[in-house]
Design a protein around this ligand. Structure first.
Ligand SMILES: [Zn+2]
Ligand SMILES: [Zn+2]
Length: 286
């Protein structure tokens, strides 16, 4: 879902009020996000050939409809947007340190950026880290900028596909549209229905609450969670079988909607808590 600038600004304010540590970074990401929303008007509509009706049998058996590797996206506008975002971060002190490398990436030409974009689409962390090192930029910043440049095209493609499917019919832990893993979950409504949010195309789909989306483990004894201190409505769900975790926001306690790039950044401390827990657990076992 493409959120309006008003939604983005309201979310940035809510984050700053909840956890002032994130005030600056969420403002920064919020501004970049608003640029992507503005730019989405220039992107050509998805030219996917969606000639399936009913949905393919394989979809019901867990095969996502699209393969991120094969997507034909509006690369020209995505690259244009990347340039715009680089221009924008030049104005921040922290951003300035990164800009040399980012400009270098742009100077190397269209193909290089497109290769990087493909690496982000396929979650090829190694390729991203190698490039970030070459260009002397922080790899999370490079990933964020590339992801934001692709966002209008990805969200538009996902939207076109979502209209054709009944997400209530999808019972798997990976994204019904692109097959990527979820990045966040939310709980809402009476009883706290769980919804997962795709890390790539941001599609949201319902999922059983007491089951690990990564390995489908539903043994309650192996499922646990951690809470951040003094923070209502935020937690990390952990699976003792596959050792994966998922950050969860309870929208009965925290205002929605989920705006993935912002909510992800504003819950980085949960990634640290989960990482530390899993590390300690690993060393206790060895
Ligand atoms: Zn997806
Ligand atoms: Zn698991």
């Amino acid at each position: 879902m493409i959120h309006s600038s008003e939604d983005i600004n309201a979310k940035v304010k809510a984050i700053a009020a909840r956890n002032p540590v994130y005030a600056e970074i969420s403002q920064w990401v919020g501004d970049l996000l608003s640029t992507t929303v503005e730019a989405s008007k220039n992107f050509r509509p998805s030219d996917l050939k969606l000639n399936f009706d009913p949905l393919p049998k394989a979809w019901h058996q867990g095969k996502s409809l699209l393969n991120p590797e094969e997507l034909s996206l509006d690369w020209k506008n995505a690259k244009e947007l990347f340039k715009q975002l680089v221009d924008q971060i030049k104005t921040t002190e922290d951003g300035q340190k990164q800009v040399q490398g980012l400009l270098q990436a742009l100077a190397k030409g269209h193909d290089d950026i497109q290769t990087l974009m493909k690496a982000v689409l396929t979650s090829d962390l190694k390729a991203i880290q190698t490039t970030a090192k070459e260009l002397k930029i922080d790899s999370p910043i490079l990933t964020l900028l590339i992801r934001l440049s692709l966002r209008p095209a990805l969200l538009e493609t996902a939207r076109a596909v979502q209209n054709r499917m009944d997400l209530g019919q999808w019972h798997y832990g990976h994204c019904p549209v692109c097959g990527s893993a979820p990045r966040l979950a939310d709980l809402s409504g009476e009883g706290g229905q769980r919804t997962l949010h795709c890390s790539l195309c941001e599609t949201a789909w319902p999922y059983i609450r007491l089951r690990c989306p990564f390995c489908e483990n539903d043994n309650r004894e192996e499922l646990s969670y951690l809470r951040a201190e003094n923070e209502e409505g935020l937690r990390v769900d952990l699976c003792g079988r596959c050792n994966n975790y998922l950050k969860t926001m309870d929208l009965r306690e925290i205002p929605g909607p989920i705006i993935l790039p912002l909510d992800d950044v504003a819950t980085w401390h949960l990634d640290i808590i989960a990482g530390k827990y899993l590390e300690d657990k690993g060393s206790a076992l060895s």
